[in-house]
Each structure stands twice: as structure tokens, then as C-alpha cells.
Design a protein around this ligand. Structure first.
Ligand code: NDP
Length: 276
């Protein structure tokens, strides 16, 4: 008798560039799970009906990506604490006629930083460049790791201030413009702007980088990103792209769906990407 194939996919607009299908196929192969995973282009305004229809047709789970991560909040029946805090959803689970929404981006970054890259975040000074959806998603898990302080610098400083206020109960968080970044020994500088995607190079604060600074770009590509090139030019200890976060957030989604946790290292290697 033929085994049932459980259906998963990623909804975004556009979504053709997504690496999620290849990552989840590698996870499924590794763990012996019988699943399919599709690219599902869904225009804004069609999100609610597309999600509902996917579930009604027996779909088991979805990833939600740009530009739908916030809009998907309104479609779920139940929301995890970390998705509530992040104000965004990147994973949906369809179970017993209900839709559960979660956000695995923050834990994905934390796993990459601490497990794959060996960073100890406790007592570190962290600088985050950018104050968009990704920053909101990573702030909770980063602060939970107990850094000395987190500074958020953003072109539109008001957005950084809102985030600092929203998360100040979890630790020491301040906000400023790029040009006002206080000189300090930052152990970790994270680029969470989307500037590189658009070929733009913001006035990132050179003084923030010392030979001890570890730089992490949430953006990723097959060649060095503008931020990683800039960080190396400034003499940073290391400049890493966000492939590990991508694979780790996918592994957390896979675990939510299938109850098994794939080994992410061979998948990172198979994508021809080094985790270190
Ligand atoms: P948003 O659109 O929500 O936010 C974009 C941010 O970039 C804002 O802070 C914006 O500043 C800033 N920005 C954009 N252009 C410029 C510029 N020219 N100069 C200065 N600042 C600029 O995007 P997200 O937060 O969702 O995503 C940010 C990045 O993180 C993207 O590259 C995305 O691909 C990546 N990402 C990677 C993940 C991974 O798994 N590796 C997961 C999630 C995101 P302002 O507020 O002033 O407009």
C-alpha cells in the first residue's frame, strides 16, 4: 500500500528564490519523513483564503515569508508566545481543524550563533543595525541569552526607539541613529537591514568594529554580501552570512511539524555552505 505523502509549502510574494524546498527535502531524506514541500506564490490580499484552502485540502504545515509574516497573525487560531512577542509568524501548523502560528526565526539565529559558531552571548555587548521585522523577531531570544547590552541603530530612529521600549523589560536595550552609535567594545554586530538586497550601502558605524568583533549578516548569498565585505575591511574578527539562521529556523519548523529534529550540519554542508 502506498504511504500517504504529507503536504507542506512556503507562501510568499515573490517566493521563487526561496531555498526552503531544498532544505526541507534534505531534512525529509535524512529523517525518513514522507513529505512534499512546494513553493506557493500568494499575492497580498489572497493570503487568508490561500491559507484556509491549503488546510482544507489536507495541508499539514506552511512557512510564511515576505511580505506576509505580519498579516498571517490574523489568520491563526492560536499563537505561540514567541510569535506574539515577535509580532510575526513564519510557521503554521494545521491540526484538528485549527491553525497554530509560531515564529522560529529568533531561535534559528540563536542556534546558529551559539551552537554552530560557538559564541557565548552572556555579558556581550551587541549592536543590531536595522529595526524591521527581523530585528523584532530576534530581540527576545537574544536578550534571553543575557548579553550586557543591546544597542539598536536604525536609519529611521523612531522605529528603533519603539523596539527598545517594547523589549526593555527583558534587558538593557537602547536605540540610536547609525551616526550616534556609542563607541564600545561590541562583541557581536548583527546586520538586520535589507539594504544589501537592494544594492545599497548605509553609513554603518566603522567605530563599532574592532579586531574582537564578530559580525553576522542576516542576509545571505553565494558571494560575500556588502555588509560582510565592509566588516572585513573594518578588521572584524569574523563576518558570517545568515545561511545558518535560515537552516536552523527551518529545522525548528520541521521539528514542530514532524516531531523529529534534523541534523542541520550536513544540510548546511550540502548547500555548499560552511557553518563557520
Ligand atoms: P524589513 O523590511 O522589516 O526592515 C528593513 C530594515 O532595513 C529597516 O530597519 C530599514 O530601515 C533598513 N534599511 C533598508 N534599506 C536601508 C538603507 N538603504 N539604509 C539603511 N537602512 C536600510 O526587513 P526584515 O527585518 O524582515 O529583514 C531584514 C533582513 O534580514 C533582510 O535582508 C532579510 O532577508 C533578512 N532575514 C534573514 C533571515 C535568515 O533566515 N537568514 C530571516 C529573516 C530576515 P528603515 O526602518 O529606516 O526603513
Amino acid at each position: 500500500m502506498k504511504r500517504q505523502v504529507d503536504r507542506y509549502g512556503v507562501m510568499g510574494y515573490p517566493v521563487s528564490h526561496s531555498r526552503s524546498p531544498i532544505i526541507h527535502r534534505l531534512f525529509a531524506l535524512q529523517t525518513g519523513q514522507n513529505i512534499s514541500y512546494e513553493l506557493l506564490p500568494v499575492a497580498p490580499g489572497e493570503l487568508r483564503s490561500a491559507i484556509r484552502e491549503f488546510g482544507e485540502k489536507g495541508g499539514k504545515g506552511l512557512n510564511i515569508t515576505v511580505p506576509h509574516k505580519t498579516a498571517a497573525l490574523d489568520v491563526v487560531d492560536q499563537l505561540s508566545e514567541r510569535a506574539t512577542r515577535a509580532g510575526a509568524v513564519n510557521t503554521l501548523v494545521f491540526q484538528d481543524g485549527e491553525i497554530f502560528g509560531d515564529n522560529t526565526d529568533g531561535v534559528g539565529l540563536l542556534r546558529d550563533l551559539t551552537r554552530n559558531l560557538g559564541l557565548h552571548l552572556a555579558s556581550l555587548r551587541i549592536l543590531i543595525l536595522g529595526a524591521g521585522g527581523a530585528t523584532r523577531g530576534i530581540l527576545g531570544p537574544l536578550l534571553a541569552a543575557g548579553p550586557e547590552s543591546v544597542t539598536i541603530a536604525n536609519r529611521t530612529v523612531e522605529k528603533a526607539r519603539v523596539l527598545a521600549a517594547d523589549f526593555s523589560h527583558l534587558g538593557e536595550v537602547t536605540a540610536c541613529r547609525f551616526k550616534d552609535v556609542p563607541a564600545a567594545d561590541y562583541g557581536l554586530v548583527i546586520n538586520a537591514t535589507s539594504a544589501g538586497l537592494k544594492g545599497e550601502t548605509p553609513p554603518w558605524p566603522r567605530a563599532a568594529i574592532t579586531p574582537d568583533t564578530f559580525c553576522y549578516d542576516l542576509s545571505y548569498g553565494l558571494t560575500p554580501t556588502p555588509f560582510s565585505r565592509w566588516a572585513r575591511e573594518c578588521g572584524a574578527r569574523e563576518a558570517v552570512l545568515g545561511w545558518g539562521m535560515l537552516v536552523e529556523q527551518a529545522a525548528e519548523s520541521f521539528h514542530l511539524w514532524r516531531g523529529v529534529r534534523p541534523d542541520t550540519r550536513p544540510v548546511l554542508r550540502q548547500l555548499s555552505i560552511s557553518a563557520s
